[in-house]
Design a protein around this ligand. Structure first.
Ligand code: G6P
Length: 481
């Protein structure tokens, strides 16, 4: 591989301006951290891969021009921001991406909005990405396209450059055909055609791969053999690549002074109380309102725990312009108020609620201070919070309570798995977690950590790119036959 171009809706840097100087700040995202480590490793082995990252700009074009005109230090990635007209971008992002595809792929069909205009915006933005890429792509380049915002893009590129190498990874669930088929006929055909432009399609779990293969057969009529499909004489492959995390980054955080200090403060504030922790982006898929019902049920079914436990609930702002998100925020806040109002005493409040972003140090301090993590999405492609909590447990104790409907549940059998809508099940799981002997906690946590350490996000990047190269060589063998 000579040149890798990563493509995602969001860019991995924030572009900030202060005192007349424009600077780039790398975001904390798992993908960019992993790719950076992957390239550092390649460089150590003497490899010289040129890398670029293409994404939608969330800053003004003027600022970008200023940045380009300055003297700048070298970055890991050359970035190519795409400037999209505001209204079109909003119909794309708040419309088709997050009010149509997102709820449908997470099994919330009643939340899905059907609007031809937002689909047109989705096509227009995918086209804008294709135009930017086609302006500089060369034969021999490798493209790695990410997520549901760009399902049409692989096909658009393939049409113009039939021989380019394209990988695609879906970070959210791929739903069963019975759900997918609820999209308008033209949309679903274009989406599947778009995805089939890739050489390799990656998903988090075996089920998502199976759903995709069946959908391809039903929508486009292509059959598969094991996980390979022949499309217009070209072999393409769909496979599972469960996303991992940067294990060391979370595990080693326990020794960072700022983390230690905050962890100790938290522990002191909640002396002689057990701490249950959860953190999610604001999203109805995360099951926060059901989780609150489960916690309340626990207080009622196990009243001995009153004044001896706190639930620290952090919700991170996200997509609030979309009505279903804003409604959810109101519901969460009402419910927190009602549970606290009903169960608090003069010296104790059962839920400590925050609606804000969390800095990395503070997040790790909370992971470490918490006796249990309660992570109960109604549906989640993977869920990395569960993995981060387990990795952060430097003392190998702590209990993870995890929804069986998160992709991560497939790999985390040592967690207490719960049905996120069964409040009695959740209440019992909380009680089991808080009374679990330390020996048992350690036994489970060690197994969870081993798996997370053995398959980190760097392995994930390696595996995906290696398999993409394999598919490409299979294609050339097929052509020479
Ligand atoms: C999920 C999606 C990502 C997305 C992230 C944050 O993890 O799979 O593609 O970037 O949520 O959502 P946002 O809409 O803020 O990018």
């Amino acid at each position: 591989m000579k040149r890798l171009i990563v493509v995602s809706n969001r860019l991995p840097y924030q572009v900030q301006e202060s005192e007349g100087k424009v600077t780039l700040r790398q975001s904390d995202g798992g993908l960019v951290t992993a790719l950076k480590s992957f390239f550092e490793e390649e460089a150590r082995k003497g490899g010289t891969i040129e890398k670029r990252w293409v994404g939608a700009a969330d800053f003004p074009e003027k600022r970008w021009k200023k940045f380009k005109a300055q003297e700048n230090a070298e970055q890991t990635f050359e970035i190519d921001p795409i400037f999209i007209e505001k209204k079109t971008y909003s119909k794309f992002y708040n419309g088709f991406c997050n009010a149509t595809l997102w709820p449908l792929f997470h099994y919330f069909p009643s939340y899905v909005e059907y609007d031809e205009e937002t689909f047109q915006a989705y096509e227009a933005v995918n086209h804008a990405f294709a135009d930017m890429l086609l302006s500089f792509l060369k034969p021999g380049d490798t493209l790695w396209i990410h997520d549901y915002q760009l399902l049409l893009l692989p096909g658009m590129i393939r049409q113009k450059l039939p021989d380019i190498s394209i990988g695609f990874f879906l970070h959210i669930p791929f739903p069963s055909y019975e759900i997918f088929r609820m999209l308008h006929r033209t949309w679903k055909e274009k989406i599947i055609r778009g995805m089939l432009g890739a050489d390799l399609l990656g998903f988090h779990t075996h089920e998502y791969v199976q759903h995709f293969l069946k959908t391809v057969r039903m929508v486009a009529g292509y059959d598969h053999q094991f996980r390979s499909i022949i499309v217009d004489n070209r072999i393409i492959k769909a496979d599972l690549f469960p996303l991992g995390i940067d294990y060391a980054k979370f595990h080693d955080a326990a020794n960072v002074p700022a983390v230690i200090e905050q962890r100790e403060t938290i522990r002191k504030n909640f002396q002689d109380k057990k701490i249950i922790f959860s953190v999610d982006r604001l999203d109805y898929t995360k099951g926060v309102t059901h989780r609150l019902l489960g916690f309340e049920k626990f207080l009622e079914a196990y009243p001995d725990w009153k004044e001896r436990v706190v639930f620290v609930l952090v919700v991170v702002p996200s997509r609030q312009i979309i009505s279903k998100y804003n409604e959810r925020l109101k519901l969460i806040e009402e419910q927190v108020g009602s549970i606290n109002g009903k169960h608090s005493t003069l010296s104790w409040q059962p839920i400590i609620y925050r609606y804000s972003n969390l800095a990395f140090d503070e997040l790790c301090a909370l992971y470490e201070a918490a006796d249990a993590a309660l992570i109960t999405p109604l549906r989640d492609g993977m869920n990395l919070v569960a993995k981060e909590y387990a990795a952060s447990r430097a003392q190998e104790d702590g209990v993870l309570i995890l929804s069986e409907l998160a992709g991560a549940a497939n790999e985390m059998g040592e967690a207490i798995l719960v049905n996120p809508v069964d409040t009695a099940d959740m209440a019992n799981a909380i009680s089991t977690a808080l009374t679990m002997p330390v020996q048992e906690q350690r036994h489970n946590m060690k197994l969870l950590q081993k798996r997370l350490k053995d398959y980190t996000v760097i392995h994930w990047v390696n595996d995906f790119l290696k398999q993409l190269e394999e598919v490409r060589s299979q294609q050339s063998e097929q052509e020479t036959k």
